[in-house]
Design a protein around this ligand. Structure first.
Ligand code: UD1
Ligand code: CA
Length: 449
């Protein structure tokens, strides 16, 4: 089975950050995550990440083996450390830089296939033709044969004119790699042990090094500073948008639609500008999302419309309309054909089919029955200073404007609260209460007769 080594120990000096470089995020995920995803998609499950002391504590969530490289003496030194940590095998070993978040699985598959194709091949090297200037390592060939890689800072003027670059993805015959890895030297411009020197060393032993050419150089762009980080994000975001559009989603303006991986969007959904859709979100067919919407881990059914609103950790059934300017903070389950209007905030709220909460309302820790109408300014007073309490509102209840429902409290099915009622006690089904504090109209009538 093919194993992989991912190089991630570098200081990332050009990021000017206290955060290790490969943890900087692109479309909501660390750069390193993207590289690991691509390797796994290519069928490589056994991954060893070369890490630094600063990065090491962040790696358990990635589910990889790690080895600390300290000090960091270059990519070749990183691979020396990795090989010392791995039981030798007679198999293919992929090595990849950890700072290339746009890479996709096909390059790893193609490189593996190229080295596996022929027992005489020691290395399949991924190369990419790029516009100049570029600071990537140059591929030096004589005729069509690869001879060596020259790092940008060691290049002559003539070598700088070469536009075929080393991508930073290598599929080695592990035994061939072990045969040369000890021979690296740091006699170069950066006083580092370069992994790239293994190419020249293998060629000197008459071992075969074959190129695997990337179709699109942008797949292998490295991220070394925050300008490149932003460019990589834009590229990946554009790809995600294109994939959804090709699946039948209308994205009005991809440049201002911010997507993360692991988002599912149904056919004929329309995403309006300035909208962010985070990982774990699913959106049903014909839904209309945006403009100015932010969805995180939201399950949105078909035909829902959400504008100018924030929806987090929430389930929304079909045909519901939300916004403008609603804030669904989390833990909500919203039924079908509900209307949530402007300046409505929901937290841990369950709204059954047909509920209307049109204006200026807070429903926290609340259950609302079918077709209940929540008047403007209604507040569930769910916090008594110590704990959060539950409000239950029955089906067909009518909550008058500016009602304060002091939880824990239950408003029965079909009950009514008058405008401005402060409800301190449960209201039985069908009853009406008014005032501050509220009193039952029915019992008042009884008292006056
Ligand atoms: C490297 C290649 C260059 C290639 C380019 C592609 C070398 C010497 N050069 O250059 O030919 O065109 O990638 O992006 O390999 N790292 C360690 N330990 C170290 C040094 C680096 O783990 O001691 C890691 C870094 O975290 C990074 C990767 O190796 O993820 C590449 O290192 P970096 O310094 O970014 O190399 P480049 O200068 O980009
Ligand atoms: Ca780099």
């Amino acid at each position: 089975m093919t194993r992989a080594i991912v190089l991630a120990a570098g200081k990332g000096t050009r990021m000017k950050s206290t955060r290790p470089k490969v943890l900087h995020e692109i479309c909501g995920r660390p750069m390193l995550w993207h590289v690991l995803e691509a390797l796994r998609a290519a069928g490589i499950a056994e991954i060893l990440v070369v890490t630094s002391r600063e990065l090491e504590p962040f790696l358990p969530v990635f589910g990889v083996q790690t080895v600390v490289q300290e000090p960091q003496l270059g990519t070749g030194h990183a691979v020396q450390i990795a090989l010392a940590a791995l039981e030798p095998r007679d198999a293919t070993l992929v090595v990849a830089n950890g700072d290339m978040p746009l890479v996709d699985q096909t390059l790893f598959e193609d490189a593996q296939a190229a080295v596996d194709a022929d027992a005489g091949t020691a290395l399949a090297l991924v190369t990419a033709t790029m516009p100049l200037p570029s600071s990537f390592g140059r591929i030096v060939r004589t005729g069509s044969t690869i001879r060596r890689i020259v790092e940008f800072r060691d290049c002559t003027a003539a070598e700088r004119a070469i536009d075929e670059m080393n991508a930073g993805i290598y599929a080695f015959d592990e035994r061939a790699l072990r045969g040369v890895i000890g021979e690296l030297s740091d006699a170069n411009a950066q006083r580092e042990y370069y992994l790239t020197d293994t190419v020249g060393l293998l060629v000197a032993q008459s071992r075969r090094v074959v190129p695997v050419q990337a179709q699109d150089y942008r797949d292998v762009l490295g991220v070394n500073d925050r300008v490149e980080l932003a460019l990589a994000r834009a590229t990946l975001n554009e790809r995600l948008c294109h994939a959804h559009m090709r699946n039948g989603v209308t994205i009005v303006d991809p440049a201002t639609t911010y997507l993360e991986p692991d988002v599912i969007i149904g056919e004929d959904a329309v995403i309006a500008p300035n909208t962010s859709i985070g990982a774990g979100t699913t959106i049903g067919a014909r839904a209309r999302i945006g403009p100015n919407a932010r969805l995180m881990n939201a399950q949105i059914a078909a035909d829902v419309a959400i504008t100018d609103s924030v929806v987090v950790d929430t389930i929304v059934a079909a045909g519901t309309t939300i916004g403008p300017f609603a804030h669904l903070r989390g833990g909500n389950v919203i039924g079908a054909d509900v209307h949530i209007g402007n300046f409505v905030e929901l937290k841990n709220a369950r709204l059954a089919t047909g509920v209307k909460a049109g204006h200026l309302t807070y429903l926290g820790d609340a259950t609302v029955g079918e077709n209940a109408n929540i008047g403007a300014g209604t507040i569930t007073c769910n916090f008594d200073g110590e704990r959060k309490n539950q409000t239950t509102i029955g089906r067909d209840a009518f909550i008058g404007s500016n009602s304060s429902l002091v939880a824990p409290v239950t408003i029965g099915d079909g009950a009514l609260t008058g405008a401005g009622a402060v409800v301190l006690r449960d209201v039985p089904p069908g009853d009406r209460v008014v005032g501050n504090p509220s009193r039952s109209i029915a019992s008042e009538r009884t008292a006056s007769t």
